[in-house]
Design a protein around this ligand. Structure first.
Ligand code: VTB
Length: 314
């Protein structure tokens, strides 16, 4: 089964509405409030869809409701069985401070086709489709990955740009990258968008790497799949709680390196609507009583990788 166009439009509307719901709360310095606005709106809209939906990537467990929690059932129950990955507000700091880069993100696939990821960190690597499949690997050293990319693109190292979250845990990698004299694009937050910068030369990012949220990794992977880019991820289970959760989800090899085709299978739809303007899309715009939103949409089976503009009247 493949998702049809009208279904695609409905999904675009869901992230658009969630983004619009954030608009009154932008720059109010209240992360909880703006996150709740996005989540409530996304849940309301998903529940109106004729699907038998289940959240496989969400925000925490049942006891952490009202967030869209892992295992939550969504939809009218009348349609196909769908796996849903959500990040209603990716970049809560951005939205609370009215800074660039906040997105509302959703990905769906048929049941069983999206990895059921626990809420833990993931070590990630993403490269564009112009990099040969075997040129990069999570298990290669940073230096080897960068040099292989430079070789395959016939570029000097100082023309390579690496995108990574700016975190103390990445100090060693960042020091190495500085030594290699590559260019850095350091993110304060928002590593879904960071990973997606490898999808098009216009963003001038050759590789995204480093440790960020696992759910964000799965969401990014579903878009990267439609762009035929490469992605690898390895979850990091540190605490006993993390390990228990992974066991419950059926993850046997805690150290497994996942390739993209093990994270996302079959047809999928990914939507990321801008809440505030960023590298990928513009944020919500309100003018003459109308909201304008911009959504990055990918649909694996129709090879749609577009930025679509939406207009909603208040
Ligand atoms: C990333 C990023 C998120 O968290 O996954 C990051 O995409 C990872 O966590 O926007 P730390 O902040 O603990 O490093 C965010 O920055 C915030 O959820």
């Amino acid at each position: 089964m493949k998702f049809e166009k009208d279904f695609l439009d409905k999904i675009i509307n869901i992230t658009s509405n969630a983004a619009i719901a954030c608009y009154p709360h932008l720059g109010k310095k209240d992360k909880v409030l703006v996150d709740k606005a996005a989540t409530d709106e996304m849940r309301k809209n998903l529940n109106q869809l004729d699907i038998n939906g289940k959240v496989v990537i969400g925000e925490g467990e049942l006891d952490q409701a009202p967030m869209l929690y892992i295992g939550e059932k969504l939809g009218t129950g009348k349609g196909p069985s769908i796996d849903i990955a959500v990040d209603p507000l990716e970049g809560t700091n951005f939205a609370a401070n009215n800074l660039p880069g906040a997105l509302s993100v959703l990905s769906i696939s048929l049941k069983g086709n999206l990895f059921n990821a626990p809420e833990t960190y993931m070590n990630k690597l993403a490269v564009g489709k112009d990099v040969p499949f075997d040129a990069t690997d999570l298990d290669f050293s940073v230096e080897k990955n960068i040099k292989n990319i430079a070789d395959s693109k016939n570029k000097d190292l100082d023309k390579i740009t690496v995108c990574i979250l700016d975190r103390p845990r990445h100090k060693e990698i960042i020091d190495k990258l500085k030594e290699l004299k590559v260019n850095l694009k350091l993110l304060t937050d928002g590593d879904i968008a960071g990973a997606l910068l490898v999808t098009d030369e216009k963003y001038n990012v050759d590789i995204f790497l480093g440790i960020g949220g696992g759910p964000e990794g799965v969401l990014a992977a579903s878009a990267l799949d439609a762009f035929n880019c490469n992605f690898q991820g390895r979850f990091l289970f540190k605490t006993d709680e993390d390990i228990n959760r992974a066991n419950k989800m059926g993850i046997k090899d805690l150290n497994k390196k996942y390739n993209l085709n093990e994270i996302v299978k079959g047809d999928s739809i990914f939507c990321a609507t801008g809440i505030t303007s960023g590298d990928l899309v513009n944020g919500v715009n309100f003018r003459n009583g109308k909201f304008n939103t911009e959504t990055l949409v990918t649909h694996k089976n129709s090879s749609i990788n577009i930025i679509k503009k939406e207009v909603t009247i208040t």
